[in-house]
Structures are given as C-alpha cells and as structure tokens.
Design a binder for this molecule. Structure first.
Ligand code: GRF
Length: 207
C-alpha cells in the first residue's frame, strides 16, 4: 500500500481528482495519509474533510522563521508515514532538506508542457497568460519529480491540450485541468503504486 501526503494551497481540484480516482479504482493500492495546506480556510481542506481524510494547516506565518516552518513541514510529512509526497497546487517552495529526504518521491503537477512556461514566477494563471501571449497552439500539463530547482526535476507524464483562438487565461486553465491535470496526476500515482516507475540519470523509466 502506497501512503501519500497531498500538499495543497487552494481549491483542491487535483486533490479531488486523486480522491475520486482512489474511490473508483483508477488509482489502486494507495491511501491518502495526510492532506496538508499552508492556508487556512481553503476549499481543499473542505474536500479532505468530506472524504474523511486526516488534514492539517501549517502556515509559514505562524512560525518564527522560514527554517522553523520548513522543519515542521518535513516533520509532519514524515510523521504521517508518507511514502510519496504529492504537490497538488502547493504554492510554498519545498525546502532543500525535504527534497533530500524524499529524493524522487515528491511529485508535482505543472500546468504547461515543461520546459515551456515553467520556472520561477510561472504559477497559476501566469502560466496560461504567458502561453497565450506567446501564441502557442498547444499547451498541456506535466507531472514531474521535484528536485532542488523550480520545475526542473525528472518528467514522468505529460499531456497536450489544444489552445483555442478565443481562449482566455481562465478558459485555458480550466481546459488543461479537465483534459490533462486531473488525468495524468492520478495516472502517475497509480504507476508509482504499482512499482512501475524508476529514475536513472535524472530520467524517468516507466515499465
Ligand atoms: C493547478 O493548475 C496546478 O497545476 C497548479 O496549481 C493549480 C492547483 O489547482 N500547480 P487545484 O488547487 O488543484 O484546484
């Protein structure tokens, strides 16, 4: 059984996709052992509650320093017994100590086809604004492992989504969520739960 900790900051639609995929058997052999949010009052926490999941809030603001927050974050995840950490729209930088402790065991979902529109400053609607500004005809989503860079870790899955001529950042964001993110994040977790994923020379191998 794969224990996963899901880290969130907002609406939690990706968390919901994971919850639903576990319920309908799309993700097998997996249990959510913790939902952790850095923001109080976000809808992701409501989703966790409705699903009867263990949840907690750790806000950087309630710690005397960033180091203290980073330490508490790692401790909480370790205490949960998580084998895999899933960043589902988590907007805090993952501390170096956590990247080391969970090497190739932290998954992130990014709403573009990496290496396009990723890295520092590319989050939320900004990603889609940049894609539309550049005039790309195809965008999509990427699931990758987290390393010490921003969106630079080994890529596990990607899915392309067509950009439409009348897209706004919001409509493109929504379509990428529906057609790509909510599919490939559960799929990635299921592959890991089946022991089919390994990383060699910073490249992901799926068996
Ligand atoms: C998603 O677009 C995800 O790709 C990005 O943050 C957003 C989170 O949305 N990293 P939600 O909280 O899962 O609804």
């Amino acid at each position: 059984m794969l224990n996963i900790a899901v880290l969130v900051s907002g609406g939690g639609t990706n968390l919901q996709a994971i919850i639903d995929a576990i319920a309908d058997g799309t993700i097998q052999n997996t249990r959510i052992c913790l939902v952790l949010s850095n923001n109080d009052g976000v809808y992701a926490l409501e989703r966790a509650k409705k699903a009867g999941l263990e949840s907690c809030v750790l806000s950087p603001r309630s710690f005397p320093s960033r180091e203290a927050f980073n330490h508490a974050l790692l401790q909480k995840v370790q205490e949960s017994g998580a084998d895999l950490v899933v960043l589902a729209g988590f907007l805090c930088v993952i501390p170096e100590e956590m990247v080391r402790a969970y090497e190739n065991r932290i998954l992130n979902i990014h709403p573009s086809l990496i290496p396009s529109f990723c890295g520092t400053g590319y989050y939320g609607l900004k990603v889609h604004e940049a894609a539309l500004e550049r005039g790309v005809k195809i965008s999509g989503a990427t699931v990758h492992f987290v390393d010490s860079g921003t969106d630079t870790g080994p890529i596990l899955l990607q899915k392309a989504v067509e950009v439409q001529s009348d897209d706004t950042p919001k409509s493109l964001q929504r379509r990428i969520m529906e057609q790509a993110e909510w599919k490939i994040l559960p799929q990635a977790i299921d592959l890991i739960a089946h022991g089919r994923v390994s990383v060699e020379n910073r490249k992901v191998i799926v068996q």
